[in-house]
Write a protein that binds this ligand. Structure first.
Ligand code: CDP
Length: 196
């Protein structure tokens, strides 16, 4: 039976690390849906056409994790036609027989509202900017913090699929947790649901 884990939350809250760890621990497939929007944003040209014709090689670009891609992603992600073009792929991935972990902004609210587990991973903007700054190795801390705040505002303020926790999501605040503790808490949430 398919089992879907939806991990949502703002930029650099730890979604990616937690999602990869859960996928490995439970033998599930993992989809970082942010990479879809990053690839659309970096493809150039009309973003709707880019989303409709996204290819595996677009997802393999080496620059997708950088600040420019994050900024471009959050702009194209506000376009309803872009989001609509990416829905079917994400839903098909989620229903893989083996089980799947998807991380993003709207997995628990829009893409997989029936997900077996929903976790909303968050942390203070300063904590997230600090982590992202160390991870990126580009820009100043102030620039990264500014981008985190700007993306939060755009992601939460858009009309289509705004960033917010699903009503039935467990909130996991990682501000005062190290990565091992955050993973342990997420694993416990999933294990409890699998045991039901
Ligand atoms: O890794 P980080 O949390 O910084 O960003 P990401 O997950 O790669 O997402 C980049 C941008 O894509 C976000 O700021 C959102 O605007 C957008 N996005 C979205 O709208 N919906 C998703 N499911 C995933 C990402």
């Amino acid at each position: 039976m398919p089992f879907t884990i939806a991990i949502d939350g703002p930029a650099a809250a730890g979604k990616g690390t937690i999602s990869r760890a859960l996928a490995q621990a439970f033998g599930f497939a993992h989809l970082d849906t942010g990479l879809l929007y990053r690839a659309v944003g970096m493809k150039g040209g009309d973003p709707v056409a880019a989303a409709q014709t996204l290819l595996p090689e677009d997802m393999a670009r080496p620059d997708l994790r950088g600040m420019a891609a994050g900024e471009a992603a959050s702009r194209v992600a506000a376009l309803p036609e872009v989001r609509a073009a990416l829905v079917a792929f994400q839903r098909e991935f989620a229903r893989r027989a083996v089980g799947a972990v998807l991380d993003g902004r709207d997995i628990g609210t829009v893409i997989c509202p029936d997900a077996e587990v929903k976790i909303f991973v968050t942390a203070s903007p300063e904590c997230r900017a600090e982590r992202r700054w160390k991870e990126l190795g580009e820009g100043t801390f102030a620039e990264v913090l500014e981008q985190v705040r700007a993306r939060d505002a755009r992601d939460m303020g858009r009309a289509d699929a705004p960033l917010r926790p699903a009503a039935d999501a467990v909130i996991l605040d990682t501000s005062d947790l190290d990565i091992a503790e955050a993973i342990a808490q997420a694993r416990a949430i999933v294990a409890a649901r699998l045991a039901q």
